[in-house]
Design a protein around this ligand. Structure first.
Ligand code: ATP
Ligand code: MG
Length: 380
């Protein structure tokens, strides 16, 4: 692979897996073949999608990114394929969908596993021959769009559970770039650290000393469940906390412990209560506080449900994402503001990992995406 091509990709990593991925990109980028990118949250699926687009012949045209999990089921078809004026309540004007907007370029369908079954057939059609119809129209339209899809879900399970069409799955997986989790390509970690450090220093016009050897070892051997995103957040937090001074192993451990605590909490099946095998008095105390807060939370959820049913005659809310700890409760806040603050907090707690955050919030990822969008939290 020539140096120039390597550099234009903007993909950090020299592990065997990443070298192979760069090779596949080089081969498939100039074609119009559909590519499915898979991998855990934060591994770099969007980075790979962008590299595919920028090294394709379509690079001068736009790449439209659509997060299928973020769009409510009811409007996803009209968002993707457009609609005719008056085709449904609220469709005041005729509107182009993302496929038409991306004509000539690339469309990146993120979280493809979230695509509702009813939309999958239409998606398969556009995948096969570029044809689709706007909602409320019977005119077949055609676009010239390169499709890249990504998911952190196991689509095979979706097929087994009948939530994902088998034919679509087979069609999508013909070219599959699977990005392994960071813990399986540890040799890339020092490269990422160097890259994030340089980046941070440049962005903040500052100098950072970096990490001691021991600190590097801790970083390299950590599990990184949130993958590159978590590594990036951790590195940047450490630079801020340590004000650019040399970071030692203990500083790293301290920073990572916070995250580990959340992991312990996350794997508990029962209402997110932490259960420790060898509890210290502090842990017992914390658990009691959690229980008390949970009781309060349940009460608030009940009240919220009551208000919703009574005032708006809406169906009962079965999603609870109210505060479970005591830091930001304020009598004067609206329910929306409380929701928003709590979601921000949980997202920060899980370093932006939406899957973990949704689990913690006890809502579906789709609902979380919707809330993020609704509250304008995309950059958080
Ligand atoms: N190989 C890489 N080179 C450079 N940056 C990377 C690489 N992999 C990941 N990153 C960085 O890590 C972060 C997460 O990457 P990205 O958003 O592409 O992950 P993702 O797999 O799409 O995550 P999610 O499943 O949560 O959407 C981004 O800040 C991205 O720039
Ligand atoms: Mg992504």
């Amino acid at each position: 692979m020539n140096e120039e091509f390597k550099n234009t990709l903007g993909i950090i990593g020299n592990s065997f897996a990443i070298q192979e991925i760069k090779q596949i990109i080089k081969q498939v980028a100039p074609t119009d073949i559909t590519v499915l990118i898979t991998g855990e949250s934060g591994v770099g699926k969007e980075v790979i999608a962008k590299a595919l687009h920028t090294s394709s012949l379509r690079s001068q045209k736009p790449m439209i990114t659509v997060n299928c999990g973020a769009i409510p089921e009811g409007i996803i078809e009209s968002e993707l394929f457009g609609h005719e004026k008056g085709s449904f309540t609220g469709a005041g004007d005729t509107r182009k969908g993302y496929f038409e907007i991306a004509d000539g370029g690339t469309i990146f369908l993120d979280e493809i596993g979230e695509l509702p079954l009813s939309t999958q057939a239409k998606f398969l059609r556009v995948l096969e021959n570029g044809e689709f119809m706007r909602v409320g129209s019977n005119i077949t339209r055609k676009v010239d769009v390169r499709i890249i899809a990504a998911t952190n879900r196991n689509l095979e399970n979706g097929v087994r559970e009948n939530s994902f069409r088998k034919d679509l799955y087979f069609r999508l997986r013909s070219i599959n770039i699977n990005i392994p989790p960071l813990r399986d390509r540890k040799e890339d970690i020092p490269l990422f650290i160097e890259y994030f450090a340089k980046n941070f220093a440049e962005r903040n016009n500052t100098h950072v000393e970096g990490f001691s050897m021991d600190a590097m070892e801790v970083l390299i051997n950590y599990r990184w469940d949130g993958n590159v995103r978590q590594l990036k957040n951790t590195i940047e937090s450490l630079f801020v906390i340590n004000k650019g001074n040399l970071i030692e192993a203990n500083d790293v451990r301290k920073q990572l412990n916070t995250y580990q605590d959340y992991q312990i909490e996350f794997v508990q099946p029962q209402r997110n209560l932490p259960v420790h095998t060898h509890k210290t008095s502090e842990q017992v105390e914390r658990e009691l506080i959690y229980r008390a807060l949970l009781e309060i939370k349940n009460d608030v959820v009940d009240i919220k449900q009551f208000i919703n049913n009574y005032a708006e005659s809406k169906p009962a809310l079965n999603e609870s994402y109210l505060e479970t700890n005591n830091s930001s409760y304020d009598e004067d806040l609206t329910l929306d503001e409380m929701d928003k603050r709590y979601i921000i907090k949980i997202l920060q707690k899980y370093h932006g990992n939406r899957r973990l955050a949704a689990k913690k919030l006890n809502i579906s990822e789709r609902t979380l995406y919707r809330k993020i969008h609704e509250f304008g939290l995309n950059g958080k």
